[in-house]
Ligand binder design. Structure first.
Ligand SMILES: [Zn+2]
Length: 255
């Protein structure tokens, strides 16, 4: 069985000193493919170090996270652009709009998002989108550039069935993670109506650990809990969930 984690921050310092062991545990559980979204200039080196440390398992993206869009966002964007010009990344991510933590830089978040969609088009890369309290506004921004808008993933999808269908109609996959295992998330009811062909799995490690680890550090092997819950909701084997979602990840990232 091969499980693909399409969204992990395994380079985060929460894992310092533990990576070797946690990686071995995850490999034993079948989790062999990891896609790494960037946050801002501080996460780039740890992310690229991880790619080097475990060759062939970790695939970095390049982008500026909406929560890192502050007054200096133009400097951050310059760094993103330099890296995209310098080497190959599997996606532009994670990018998007976050209105949950701080709305101060909403306008800048929109500008950074638009610019990064352009970059994805330029480099013919998919985009990995972070939305929080912002699905509709992000969807509108994607509509603006619909004609050339790249495909990708709505990471940590927790929206309604209507929003799920909108994302799928645009050619996007839904990133399903630990929230699916939370009681009363309602995501199970949405997922029940969505074909497996449209989803990918993710941890968002170290955040959003699935039940029974909710509230703790989210380790790479915990994605198995998400795959198990998807298998229950969809009435198919875990093996089938792993196979189809891994295939879908290949469809997005080209690896
Ligand atoms: Zn993330």
């Amino acid at each position: 069985m091969i499980i693909t984690d399409t969204h992990t921050h395994f380079y985060a310092e929460e894992f310092n000193g533990l990576r070797e062991q946690l990686f071995q545990d995850a490999i034993t559980a079948g989790v062999t493919r990891y896609f790494l979204p960037n946050i801002d200039h501080r996460s780039i080196q740890p992310m690229l170090d991880l790619e080097q440390q475990f060759p062939g398992h970790f695939f970095p993206m390049m982008g500026l996270h909406p929560c890192s869009v502050k007054d200096d966002w133009k400097d951050e964007m310059r760094i993103v652009e330099e890296w995209l010009a310098k080497r190959k990344f599997v996606a532009v991510g994670e990018i998007g709009i976050d209105l949950y933590w701080d709305k101060t830089h909403f306008e800048e978040q929109k500008m950074a998002f638009r610019r990064q969609v352009e970059l994805a088009n330029q480099y013919k890369l998919p985009i990995v989108i972070h939305t929080r309290d912002s699905f509709d506004v992000t969807y509108e921004l994607l509509q603006e550039t619909k004609k050339e808008s790249p495909r990708g993933i709505f990471h940590c999808f927790t929206g309604t069935l209507e929003q799920a269908k909108k994302a799928i109609d645009l050619g996007f996959y839904l990133g399903i993670g630990g929230v699916l295992t939370f009681k009363n998330s309602g995501l199970d009811k949405v997922l029940a109506e969505i074909d497996l062909e449209h989803i990918v799995l993710e941890t968002d490690a170290p955040y959003l650990a699935p039940v029974p680890y909710r509230g703790k550090r989210n380790d790479p092997a915990f994605i198995v809990k998400v795959a198990e819950r998807v298998s229950e909701v969809k009435g198919v084997s875990v093996l089938e969930v792993a196979r189809v979602s891994t295939e879908n990840s290949g469809g997005v990232f080209g690896v």
